[in-house]
Design a protein around this ligand. Structure first.
Ligand code: SF4
Length: 466
């Protein structure tokens, strides 16, 4: 098969994997005149998109879509009638370098079906990364998918050359895996994640300064030293500096958002993952009857990302974001607003007095706005117009906050949820004008600030339409 035809098959086959964003990569460039190439922070790259529209700038391919496993949700499963192809490691290296030189990509995301055996597949993945780093001094971003059953030595070497490693848990419970991917075992997957975490921790502890991953010229130097002694023991500070990630498929099984979030939280806590990616199940051609015939609404994936963010950066526990009666996230409201409506006794919050942890729980108030509120209130009492200026989504926050000039009146209203839904900004289906003044998606923006500045009451400005 021609290289181009293989590329068409194996790039298409890779599109179902969402766990490839390059967040967490450190800025790094091959030094001028060094003979090396690559940079993780270049511009002018060709973007590719996952089915739900996320933008990535990596050459995202499978080494092969042959697979000895038979995961029912996967188009590459053993029993699938899909067209098959296989790259050699040299072909992947060549493609990566060609695309990089043309400035199409900023790195490589390489995954694979399990051809022959986990070790055979892992060896080939490692060979690609090693050849790029050692033979071509490639300093671009490399994300390698890791095969959980592969030998620890191979996983250790993968971490030596890759920026990021990932192992897809795919489904949130062992029961789900038993139903749809019987050859996979959550215990083995988590064992491999534990081993990777151990090596990452070791690398951080051995980092020359503070407890950070090497980056920039320091990482280039380490990689060159490793390349000169390819058979030497793995230098701990070289191990997967952008950490590890995983993907959970949403909607392939009846598992609720509560279960998915509980698994994600446990993965973050136990294996210190950089990211859990949530990927809405996509129906595949000739799908087995055990699978749903439709994708879940994409907004479910979006709500899971929002909830994930609240747990990691806003001090929420996953269990607070759903209830026994409603174990799935509310699709109509963001999870923080839904939580606030269920916990009205915790409000209103006085933005001039509340501690940071409490401010973080106010709907419409982001972590950056909290920092700004804390900084500004040191020298004056905040008014509603200040919240607008500090980029708070005031329409969402208004029923839950007290400011110097505002006390909420709608907190106990039985129809507050409906009022908030009705007040949501709706995206107008019009082409925006490149030179028009920027619209403020936070519910009024400059116009709102100026209306408040004229003395109009907050309620009349924000809830006049309700
Ligand atoms: S192991 Fe991976 S490639 Fe193979 S069938 Fe399962 S999900 Fe698909």
């Amino acid at each position: 098969m021609e290289l181009e035809a293989k590329l068409a098959v194996l790039a298409d086959a890779a599109k179902y994997d969402a766990s490839c964003a390059s967040s967490g990569s450190k800025g790094r460039k091959a030094a001028a005149g060094s003979g090396g190439i690559g940079s993780t922070d270049g511009m002018g790259i060709c973007h590719s998109y996952t089915p739900d529209g996320r933008c990535v700038s990596l050459l995202k391919i499978l080494l092969t879509n042959y697979c000895v496993y038979d995961c029912l949700y996967c188009i590459n499963r053993r029993s699938s009638g899909v067209e098959r192809a296989r790259f050699t490691p040299d072909e992947v290296v060549r493609l990566t370098l060609d695309f990089y030189r043309r400035n199409y990509i900023e790195g490589l995301f390489l995954s694979s079906g399990i051809a022959r055996s986990p070790d055979h597949t892992m060896e080939q993945l490692v060979e690609v990364a090693r050849t790029l780093r050692v033979a071509h001094d490639f300093q671009g971003y490399i994300h390698l998918k890791t095969i959980p059953h592969a030998s620890p030595e191979l996983i250790a070497e993968a971490g030596r050359w890759a920026d990021r490693l990932s192992i897809n848990a795919e489904l949130p419970t062992q029961g789900d895996l038993a139903a749809l991917a019987p050859e996979k075992d959550l215990g083995v997957i988590r064992g491999a994640m534990t081993a990777i975490r151990g090596r990452i921790d070791e690398a951080r502890a051995a980092a020359p300064t503070e407890q950070r991953a090497p980056r920039g010229p320091e990482l280039v130097t380490l990689r060159r030293a490793a390349a000169r002694r390819p058979n030497a023991a793995v230098a701990p500070s070289l191990f997967a500096p952008a950490g590890q990630s995983t993907q959970l498929i949403v909607g392939a099984t009846p598992s609720t958002d509560a279960t998915i979030l509980a698994t994600a939280t446990s993965l973050y806590a136990t294996h210190r993952l950089r990211r859990v990616y949530y990927s809405a199940f996509s129906p595949i051609p000739d799908a087995p009857t055990a699978l749903p015939s439709l994708s879940p609404p994409l907004v479910r994936e979006h709500r899971l990302y929002q909830a994930d963010w609240l747990v990691r950066f806003y001090g929420f526990r996953a269990a607070e974001l759903t209830t026994l009666e409603a174990p799935d996230l509310d699709l109509a409201l963001d999870p923080k607003l839904a939580w606030a409506l269920r916990n009205r006794a915790d409000f209103p919050v006085d933005v001039n007095r509340a501690p940071r942890a409490v401010l973080l729980r106010i709907p419409g108030v982001g972590a950056r706005s909290v920092q700004r509120i804390l900084a500004t209130r040191r020298w004056r009492r905040l008014r509603l117009a200040d919240l607008v200026a500090l980029k708070v989504a005031v329409k969402r926050a208004l029923p839950f906050v007290v400011t110097a000039d505002h006390a909420p009146r709608l907190l106990d209203a039985g129809d507050l949820r409906e009022r908030l839904l009705a007040a949501r900004p709706r995206a107008a289906a019009v082409q925006t004008d490149l030179f028009a003044a920027p619209a403020d998606a936070r519910g009024g923006g400059l116009a709102l600030a100026s209306a408040l500045g004229t003395g109009a009451s907050a309620r009349s400005v924000l809830f006049g339409e309700l």
